[in-house]
Design a protein around this ligand. Structure first.
Ligand SMILES: Nc1ncnc2c1ncn2[C@@H]1O[C@H](COP(=O)(O)OP(=O)(O)OP(=O)(O)O)[C@@H](O)[C@H]1O
Ligand SMILES: [Mg+2]
Length: 400
C-alpha cells in the first residue's frame, strides 16, 4: 500500500463478475485500487505472485484450478496477502473449507458496493495486525512452505530437510510436515527410520475423497512430532503423480501445519517447479566443487528468469571448507548470491545418524552441523533474528 491505496486482485472465471467488481470498487472504494484481474485460479496464483497485492477477491468454482486450492497456494507462499472468498454458495461447509484454506473473509454473491469495500478494509486491517504480531488465539494456522532444492544430486538436500523439520518442531513446538517429493528415489522415510503406512502415492490415489481433515491420516508421525508424507515406495509409481495433484496435496496440508518442509530431487520438471512456486523460501543447496557450482548457478539463474524475488532463494553451502581451492567469496561471486548458511563436513555425525535413522539435531546438538541447522531453523522461524554465519561478506536482507 505504498501510495495509500489497498491493492486488490480479482479472480473470477466470469468476465462479467470481474467487470462488475471493478465498477463497484470504482464507485465505493476511495482507498482501493484493482491492480490486476484473472479469469481462472491458475492465472490468479501467477498474478498474485507477480503483483503482491494486499487483498485477493477469489471466486470458488472455476474450471482450471478451484478457488480454494488457489487460496491455499497463495496463502502458503504469500502469508501477507489477505484472501476474500466470493461464492454463490452460502453453506457452512464452504465457509469452513475457505477458512482452512487460509481465506480471511467470505462474501456471498450478490453483494453491494458497501459490503465489498467494508470487507476489503476489514481484511486489510486484520492482515496488518497479523503482520505486526497481534494474533488472536483462535486464528487458523498460517502455513509457511520451505523447500530444500538443488540442481545437483547428493549435496545434502534430504539431510538438511529432515534435520530442519525436526529442529523447527523442537524449537518452535509448532506443527511441522515433511513432504518427500523426490518421487522416484525419496529417502526421507529411511533417514527418519519410519515404518511407513501410507505414501504420497496412496494419498494421490484417494485424492477425490480426501479433505483437509482426512489428509492428516496419510502422514506418519515421527517420534519427534514431525508429520511425514513419504515418497512412493517404488520408482514406477511416480508416473501416476502429476503436478496438479502435488499442488492439491500441499493445498490440503496448508492450514493444518505451521511449517511444510519439502524435499526435492535434483531435477527441473513440472512437479519440482510447482513445489518451488508454492514455496515462500527455497533453500538452494550447493557444495564447493566446480561441477556443483555450475549447476547451482544454472538453477538460480532459472529461478531469476521466472521472476522469483531474490529474497526467496537462500543459498546453503554444505560440506563447506575453504581448504580445497575455492574461497567462500569466490563462490558467492560465481553464483551471484550471498551464502545464507554454512554447514561444515562432518561424516561422523551426519552419516552415523543417517545409518541409525535418527536426525543428528536430536542426538548431537553440540556439533557444528547441528548448530548450522538450528541456525537455519531460527532464521526461518524468526526472520528478524541473527544468522549463524558471523563472517558473512554480503549483508543478509530479510523480507516478510
Ligand atoms: N555436512 C555433511 N557432512 C558429511 N556428510 C554429509 C553432509 N551432508 C550430507 N552428507 C552425506 O552426503 C550424502 C548425500 O546426502 P543427502 O542424501 O542428504 O543428499 P541429497 O542431496 O538429498 O541427495 P539426492 O540428490 O540423492 O537426493 C549422504 O551420505 C549424507 O550422509
Ligand atoms: Mg535426497
Amino acid at each position: 500500500m505504498e501510495d495509500g491505496k489497498i491493492k486488490v486482485v480479482v479472480v473470477d472465471d466470469s468476465r462479467d463478475t470481474v467487470d462488475n467488481i471493478v465498477t463497484l470498487l470504482s464507485i465505493g472504494g476511495r482507498n482501493i485500487e484493482v491492480v490486476g484481474t484473472a479469469n481462472g485460479g491458475r492465472d490468479g496464483v501467477k498474478i498474485v505472485q507477480k503483483l503482491q497485492p494486499d487483498i485477493v477477491l477469489m471466486d470458488i468454482n472455476m474450471p482450471d484450478l478451484d478457488g480454494l486450492t488457489a487460496t491455499s497456494i497463495i496463502t502458503a507462499s504469500n502469508p501477507d496477502v489477505g484472501v476474500i472468498i466470493m461464492s454463490v454458495q452460502g453453506e457452512h461447509e464452504y465457509l469452513k473449507k475457505a477458512m482452512s484454506a487460509g481465506a480471511r473473509e467470505y462474501l456471498v454473491k450478490p453483494f453491494t458496493s458497501d459490503d465489498l469495500t467494508s470487507s476489503i478494509e476489514k481484511t486489510f486491517e486484520l492482515q496488518n495486525k497479523r503482520k505486526h504480531g497481534s494474533r488472536s488465539p483462535d486464528q487458523v494456522i498460517q502455513t509457511r512452505v520451505f523447500t530444500v532444492f538443488s540442481t545437483k544430486g547428493g549435496v545434502g538436500k534430504t539431510t538438511i530437510a529432515c534435520n530442519l523439520a525436526v529442529a523447527l518442531a523442537r524449537t518452535t513446538k509448532k506443527r511441522v510436515a515433511l513432504v518427500d517429493l523426490d518421487l522416484q528415489f525419496g529417502d526421507v522415510a529411511v533417514m527418519m527410520n519410519l515404518s511407513v503406512k501410507n505414501t504420497l502415492y496412496d494419498l494421490v490415489r484417494d485424492l477425490k475423497n480426501v479433505d483437509t481433515d482426512i489428509v492428516n491420516d496419510y502422514l506418519t508421525t515421527h517420534f519427534t512430532g514431525v508429520h511425514v508424507l513419504p515418497a512412493p515406495l517404488k520408482p514406477e509409481y511416480s508416473e501416476f503423480i502429476d503436478a496438479k495433484q502435488v499442488e492439491k496435496v500441499v493445498g490440503l496440508l496448508n492450514g493444518n501445519f505451521h511449517y511444510i518442509i519439502i524435499d526435492l530431487p535434483a531435477a527441473l520438471n513440472e512437479i519440482v517447479l510447482t513445489a518451488l512456486d508454492m514455496s515462500e523460501r527455497i533453500l538452494v543447496v550447493s557444495t564447493l566443487d566446480l561441477p556443483t557450482i555450475k549447476n547451482v548457478k544454472v538453477g538460480l539463474d532459472l529461478m531469476e528468469s521466472i521472476k522469483y524475488p531474490r529474497e526467496k532463494m537462500h543459498v546453503v553451502l554444505n560440506k563447506a571448507s575453504e581448504l580445497f581451492g575455492i574461497k567462500y567469496r569466490e563462490f558467492e561471486d560465481a553464483v551471484g548470491h550471498p551464502i545464507w548458511s554454512l554447514m561444515p563436513e562432518d561424516s561422523n555425525t551426519v552419516i552415523t545418524s543417517a545409518n541409525k535413522g535418527i536426525p543428528f539435531v536430536m542426538t548431537r546438538e553440540d556439533t557444528k552441523v547441528a548448530k548450522a541447522i538450528f541456525g537455519m531453523s531460527d532464521m526461518l522461524d524468526n526472520p528478524e533474528g541473527s544468522g549463524p554465519r558471523d563472517d558473512k561478506p554480503v549483508k543478509k536482507k530479510w523480507f516478510g
